[in-house]
Write a protein that binds this ligand. Sequence first.
Ligand SMILES: [Zn+2]
Ligand SMILES: [Zn+2]
Length: 347
Amino acid sequence: MTHQEKTSKIRKEINAAYFQLKKAYPIFNYQNTLGLIIFLGSILAIGFTSYFWYKGEIASWLMIIINAFFMGVLHEIEHDLIHWLYFKGNKVVHHFMLFVVWILRPLTVNPWIRRTLHLHHHKFSGTLHDVEERSVTNGEKWTFKRFLTTADVVLGGLMRLGVMFKDMDKEVKAGRLKLEISHKLRKFMFLSIIPITIIAHVVLYFFFGDLILDYFHKTFNTSFVLPEFIKESLDWLNIIIYTILLPNLLRQFSLHFITSNMHYFGDVEDGNVMEQTQVLTVWWTFPFQLFCFFFGWTHSIHHFVVNETFYIRHIGRKKAQEVLKKYGVRFNDLGTFKRANRFHNHD
Ligand SMILES: [Zn+2]
Ligand SMILES: [Zn+2]
């Protein structure tokens, strides 16, 4: 069987399973309403948890964990919105939802711009110009640097840019990437972090910088501490840092760690969906999966059946995973960590 035949069989069987699921539970046909309820429910959960933390009734670590979980749900809502799965016919609600999920996840790139980068990812997953995945360290050797820059799309992003642009030039020369698309991707990568993403990252740099400098000041009597006006700004931003930025840092690290290791990179055959991803369910990834709504369990399914909501994908995952396994999609290929996410072993 060719990979195209396998892919089309997988699509057919998973779609049939979804059809059965919706027939058994007709409530799933109210897609817009369900999306809106999950969206509002997550925001309420974040709001209440943050309020009780502010009142001193919930410990900081617990609030951060709960908020990070629901921000992971909002990430799935954003991804569904990017694929136009909610309120396609009501642009006001649609764009309002996109705006809110960005504001509550301000370390991420602008979702309207991400739409272009993400659709490019679906078309060219695992190629040298799959900029969305490369922007989260996919394809890099596993080092301390990769660990440190996994969550960081601003400074980490800058560090990755040189190699990425060189590779894109190579792709243009080889005729695998159109020049105008290469220009557009570069422009969009810069535009996508202006201004919210950059501001959110800079606040966190100062927050951690302050913690580290204070530690050295108290422990080793070093003289350098941040100027008073920055410390005052950090005090003033304290609520936002704790309730929004720190949970998002945890969520973003978890998502980027999972996604950049379940997508293959660099030697994926053109258009071969079977080689684009693996299913990642190994037990020790569970803490990370918790904060990206079990992305490793289900994102492979999404590469085959794109236009389905995250909750259907999650509920129907058992059957869908069986189908993937039957046709030979990889499961828990931990060798990817040693191969810098290459599909094949090259040495
Ligand atoms: Zn997608
Ligand atoms: Zn993907």
